[in-house]
Design a protein around this ligand. Sequence first.
Ligand code: HEM
Length: 407
Amino acid sequence: MDNATTINTKPKRLSLTLTPSLATTCSIVLDLSQGLRRKKLLDLLGDMQKYGRTGEAVDVGHAAFRACINFLSNTFVSEDFVESVENGEYKDIVSTLLKLTGATNVVDIFPFLKVFDPQGLQRHTIHYLNKFFHNLDKLIEKRLKLREEGHYVTNNDMLDALLDISHQDSQRMDRKKIKHFLLVSLFVTTYQLCMSNQDLLVAGTDTTAYGLERAMTEDLLVAGTDTTAYGLERAMTEVLHNPEVMSKAKQELEQNIGRGNPIDESDVAKLPYLQAIVKESLRLHPPAPLLLPRKAKVDVEISGYRIPKNARVLINEWAIGRNPNVWDNANSFLPERLLGSKIDVKGRDFQLTPFGSGRRICPGSPLAMRMIHVMLGSLLNSFDWKLQSMDKDQPLLAIPLPIIINN
Ligand code: HEM
């Protein structure tokens, strides 16, 4: 411990940024697939209109979750996954895999038993992973067949992008890599339908570790659908409970987009107040409150605390976001504090890192931010909302009332 590395925690901003070309490439790829997400946004607004007509309250979190699955599954493979997740075999595969990865495994305590696999966890996991891969194979086959037809028009989804890379360099992107890529991407979109938050915590804290399964569980913990849906639901809850914020947001939307119109991903840049709402909500309600666990590679000293090699380190993002030494009125929802501020959620400002920071920063954050802004902005701009209950800690139930447009 005497040779512990000392880390200077003074700088608040990392100077490291994405190279423009990588950031630009990312943004172009997302731009190409935005039409797929737009269709899903219109479906979401159509569903809300039905509720509005009957005066029935919507469980906003659930609606957001279904929308996020379809946003993501369309971005990846141009298919709606809600139906197959809620009724079909896919749900069975995903839920079984999640239970298996979350189960307590005696092998973690007695590693010498690994070869015997006493609870059959490894056997079962491999069986279900194979089932999942089989389904992906069918999906890829179907797409390849379509692509062989002379008049195929690209879907601009992730599967097409991966097949294009594979076409140019089949070693760099072979079928196996494509399937693993889609496994993580698709799997993360569905886990919440199959497990309660309680189960997810168990999955995260237990130590069922078999290479791939471990990696998947860690990805699953914070990735994909639930995080984005939770981010949206909390932001909606805050806005609905703060009429002044609601009115400013609606005013900004009306001036820039026109009352009643859904917003496009390209509109977000024109909506600084909406952006401030989203950041402020992520500060108070980070969907991954402890980020992902880290492990110290060497003995290290940070701010006078000694962290021994191999110690597991958790970062309490929730507490950082509410630290009164960093934020005035830390527990209040005040989007104005971030309006015009340079503080962003890209991992460079350590007082606000809901997507983490550094090498393992959330790779889905650009997509997640697009989805949250577009859904939140469109829901606020298309309806007037009536709260069903004043309890902020309960799931958000609210009635979307049709708005009156004066020409
Ligand atoms: C509001 C939405 C989201 C939030 C708040 C969020 C947050 C996070 C956080 C905190 C991490 C760990 C980073 C770290 O510890 O430094 C993470 C990792 C990850 N996220 Fe997200 N995420 C969101 C949406 C998404 C989406 C939409 C996807 C996929 C499309 C995604 C895919 C992943 C993956 C694959 C990892 C693991 C990365 C790695 O271990 O290298 N996330 N996310």
